[in-house]
Design a protein. Sequence first.
Length: 269
Amino acid sequence: RLAPSPSHHLLPNPTASSSCHLPAMAASAAAGGRGTLLVCGGAVVDCIVRPFDKAQRGASRTSMPGEARVSHGGVGRNIAEVATRLGSPVRLISVLGGDEPGRQLLNHCREIGIGVEDMVQIKEGRTATYTALLDGSGDLVGAVADMAIFDALGPEAVAAGCASLAGVGLLIGDANLGAATLEAALMCAKAAGVPAWFEPVSVAKAPRGRLSTPWHLATPNWDELLSLMGKEPRPLSAKEGAGTLPPELFDTAAEALTSGSPLAENLLL
């Protein structure tokens, strides 16, 4: 139930992205509940490419000597890894292809202690990848996000993974998954009395988290909050004083918390 003032349910975050603190908060919340953190979200292989020549700018129109750095990513997987390293038991529900990137992701999760018993593997599928080309200054020249495999992780697969939430203290869903899949995870959590948090991932994907029943906590930045509320993008004015929220942020957050179809019971901004 909401308190009389929506500000009681606003958790201001001093950083630009609430994702920075989310894994630590999740690990703490799960430990304070029944133990295990269950993450339903994206697992991605990131490849960042840039030339050695720091003076190069923009598209080179030819090949250049440089470096390619490959890492394990995906919002959900990142949260799962950090929470695991902080000592929380974690299970991850995501989808991988039967390719080498998928095998690498799965093995890495196992090595660091993330539970992968609920992971879905599609033999002929392509594991999600994000490939970015930077110029010599580090500015983005272009990028390709191949995330189509997440469309194959449907409500049935997530519902099966969430069928037994015994021992789970917290569920987190990220917007790499579709709205119907997130709804299935949220409903399972509600039925089991497990708090469920939502991480919007991006402005484009954020609206997937506006569901038929509110999340316990949502973690949007300003742009994602506007997207979730179906509002046009606009800059956020500077704070008027220490410890105060800009009026438009407070008003939009209050709407998200108290409308006839609220986004969440609490917001981390």
